[in-house]
Write a protein that binds this ligand. Structure first.
Ligand code: MEV
Length: 440
């Protein structure tokens, strides 16, 4: 066996795991071993809570938790919690919030809240046979999740319906049962998956005794799993104002609006730009999704699939002028929860939800989409006016200073100096070296 592999790692204590890592991969890096223990929570009960989220936990991985205030969404004011490592994102969100606060704020609507899951089947017999069987057993399949759904039903959710979809033309012998759900304030992944597995077992049991299938022609369940693509769990957010109120950076309102709309049209047309444009949206979306303990991988997967729903990857946002009114909008598929999952387990998620005044899942959908649209507005506004680097570099200065081990007096002097000088990795390094060599 390679001396870097190990059996039974998961059974070791945390200290033993770290020791093994130190001896195996971190031999000349004592700092790494020290940091793994340094980033434990001082309160062991709280640390244990974190350790229990995942397997083989060794330490914690910190990201900054910030807030972007002054968001007006449908006449309510929010301070939006954001967890993100990238400088200038929170500042950009805050700027956009303030800009639109003075122009009526963000408006939102929930288009629908349906999620789905599929039971994927192999079936080689006549499609009409399977359809007959499905139609006969459908009500029993639906009833099979009654017990599982009791709590969810009380909260307004549950299984909505089942359909059988024949995909045998696309893939030989393939069909699936499409199950649609409402999951109220839960993201619903566990509920949906449990329902699907129960329906699949019931389906399999009925199929075994159904005489209509010829020998060896019973349908076979390949797998049962929710879909993270949620084009029916959709929120729309928009901002609007008279074009004349957009004047800025030496541009008239009309000049700014035209340039902004052109930038969005480019992101609608060219995937090279669309991906970066949408990345800017996800700067806002992911930061709130993370802060509220939601599944950012699921959200990312769904959003990017939605961005190519017509066969080409496009901008998720749209901009237009109608009757001298500028409108900038976004439509996002978002499967989010404010109960279940990490929401009650991660103390900082509790804080984030408290800052948002304990939103329902649909309220959180609106908040998250707003953060995405705000971020997108801020990024495109910079791009078509000053360029992105001016603001970005200003926000990045402290990171450059930290990379050069600047102490507090050097940092203060640098902030003063770079008010009037161009910021780059090199100019900051040179400033720190020269400031230190002048014996300040
Ligand atoms: C950087 O994190 C995000 C931007 O590139 C987004 C955009 O280009 O629209 C600024």
């Amino acid at each position: 066996m390679n001396n870097k592999t190990i059996n039974g790692f998961s059974k070791l204590s945390k200290k033993e795991k770290i020791n093994w890592l130190s001896q195996t991969f971190l031999k000349d890096k004592p700092e790494a071993e020290y940091l793994l223990s340094l980033y434990w929570h001082q309160d062991s009960a709280r640390q244990q809570r974190h350790d229990e989220f995942i397997e083989n936990a060794l330490s914690n991985f910190y990201l900054p938790f910030a807030v972007a205030p002054n968001f007006k969404i449908d006449d309510r004011i929010f301070a939006i919690p954001m967890v993100i490592e990238e400088s200038s994102v929170v500042a950009a969100a805050s700027n956009a919030a303030k800009f639109w606060l003075d122009r009526g704020g963000f408006k939102s609507e929930i288009i629908s809240t349906v999620k789905s899951g599929q039971i994927h089947l192999n079936y080689s017999g006549a499609p009409s046979n399977l359809m007959r069987f499905f139609t006969q057993t459908k009500q029993a399949l639906i009833r099979s999740v009654d017990m599982l759904s009791a709590g969810m039903k009380k909260r307004g959710g549950g299984l909505i319906d089942l359909d059988l979809i024949d995909e045998s033309e696309a893939l030989n012998g393939y069909c699936y049962i499409h199950a649609r759900f409402e999951t109220a304030d839960a993201m619903g992944a566990n509920y949906i998956n449990s329902c699907l597995e129960t329906i699949a077992a019931t389906f399999g049991a009925f199929a075994e005794t159904y005489e209509g299938f010829g020998p060896g022609q019973q349908p076979e369940v390949v797998m049962s799993i929710l879909s993270n693509y949620v084009p029916e769990c959709l929120v729309r957010v928009w901002v609007q104002c008279p074009v004349s109120e957009l004047a800025q950076e030496g541009l008239s309102g009309k000049e700014f609006a035209d340039k902004f709309i052109r930038a969005v049209a480019i992101a609608q047309t060219n995937p090279l730009r669309a991906v970066t444009h949408n990345k800017g949206i996800m700067n806002g979306v992911d930061a709130v999704v993370l802060a509220t303990g939601n599944d950012f991988r699921a959200v990312e997967a769904a959003v990017h699939a939605y961005a190519c729903k017509d066969g080409q990857y496009r901008s998720l946002s749209k901009a237009k002028i109608q009757n001298d009114t500028f409108e900038f909008s976004i439509e996002l598929p978002l499967a989010l929860g404010t109960v279940g999952g990490l929401t009650k387990l991660h103390p900082m998620v509790g804080v984030a939800l408290a800052i948002l005044e304990e939103p329902t899942a649909v309220e959180l959908m609106k908040i998250v989409a707003t953060a995405g649209l705000a971020q997108n507005f801020a990024a495109v506004r910079s791009l078509v006016t000053t360029g992105i680097q001016k603001g970005h570099m200003k926000m990045h200065l402290l990171n450059f200073l930290s990379q050069n081990n600047a102490d507090e007096p050097t940092k203060m002097a640098a902030v003063e100096h770079f008010k009037n000088n161009a910021i780059s990795a090199r100019s900051v390094a040179e400033f720190v070296a020269s400031y230190n060599s002048n014996d300040h």
